[in-house]
Design a protein around this ligand. Sequence first.
Ligand code: SF4
Length: 359
Amino acid sequence: MRPTGKPHLGNYMGALHNWVRLQNDPQYECYFFIADWHALTTDYADTSQIKQNTLDVAIDYLAAGLDPAGSVIFVQSHIPQHAEFHLLLSMITPLGWLERVPSYKEQQENLTGRDLTTYGFLGYPLLQAADILIYQPDFVPVGQDQAAHVELTREVARRFNQFYKRKPTLMEMSEALLSEDKTAKLGEILPEPQVLLTPSPKVPGTDGRKMSKSYGNTILMSDPEPEIRGKLKTMVTDPARVRRTDPGNPDKCPVGDLHKIFSSQETLAKVYEGCTTAGIGCIECKSWAADAIVSALAPIQQRRAHFEQHPALVADIFNDGARRATARAEQTMHQVRSAMGLDSALDTALDSARSGNSA
Ligand code: SF4
C-alpha cells in the first residue's frame, strides 16, 4: 500500500481485511509493507507529507489487525536490498516489457498536472517485481486489476533464471537425479509466484464511483462517527428514486452496496423491503448504513487510538519488522550476488591474481 494519504474503506475491504485473514491462516507466512518508494513514483515533487502518511498507514495496518506476531510488517525504504535488487533486475529487463504495462499509459493520461515521463515511473512495475521476488514467495495476494503486474514479475523471474543460477546443493542434485520430474528447475533462485486472487467487494464512494483518493469520495478508516454520518448523508442514491414516495432498488444504489458489505442480513432485508415499497426514506436507510460502518470501524478505531497514543510502539514494531525482512531479503541477495559474480568480487579476483603470481 502506497502512503499517499490515510487508508479508506476501499483500501480496508480491498486489501487489509484479506491480509488479516491470510495472516491468521497458518499455511501462510506473510510479508506486508508500506511502499513509500512507490509513492515517490507519482508524488516526487512534494515529499513533505510522506513521513506523516507512512505513520498513518502504519497505524491503520496495526489497527486493522496486522500483527507482528503473525506477519512481517515493515516500510519499504527501511530495506535497501529492495533498491539493490531493483537495480540488478533493471539490467536484464527489456524496455518494451515496462512500456506495455497497461497502467503506464493509463495513469499518464489520468494523473494530469504531473510529469510522469520519468525513469522511476516507467520502472515502478519492476520495483514491484523486486519487492515481491526478494522474499522468494509462492503467492502474491492481489485483486484482478494487479494480476498483470504479477505476470510481469513472473517473466522477470524467468529471465533472471535463464541467465543466472546458484550452485545446487548435493542433496538437490541427488534429488534431481532420482526425480521423475524433468522440469525440475535445479539451481534456480527466483520462484515464479502465483497470483492469490483475493475476492473483495468493490466499495462505492460517496459519489457512486469506486472509492478512491483521486475522486475525493472516500470514507476513511479513521473518520470519526459524525464525519461518517455526514458523508453518508451526501451520498448519491438510486437515481430512479426522486421523491420519497417513489420505490427504489438497492441493487442500483451505492448505499445499497454499502449495506451488502457492512450490514447484517436482518438490516439488509429491511432495506430491500422498505426501499422497493417506498416504506422507508433514503435518510433513514443511510443512517442504518452509517450505523453498520461505525460499528465495523469501532474496534479498529479503538486500536488506532491506542497506537496514536503510543507512537514509540509503532516505531518498535516496524523496526523489528525491518530487521526480520532484512534478514530474509539478504538471504536472497546473497544468492543473487553470488550467481551474478558480485559477491566479494574483488577478493576473488585478488586471490586468483595472487595464486597466478606465486605460480
Ligand atoms: S432507500 Fe436506501 S437503498 Fe433505497 S434508494 Fe434510498 S438509500 Fe438507496
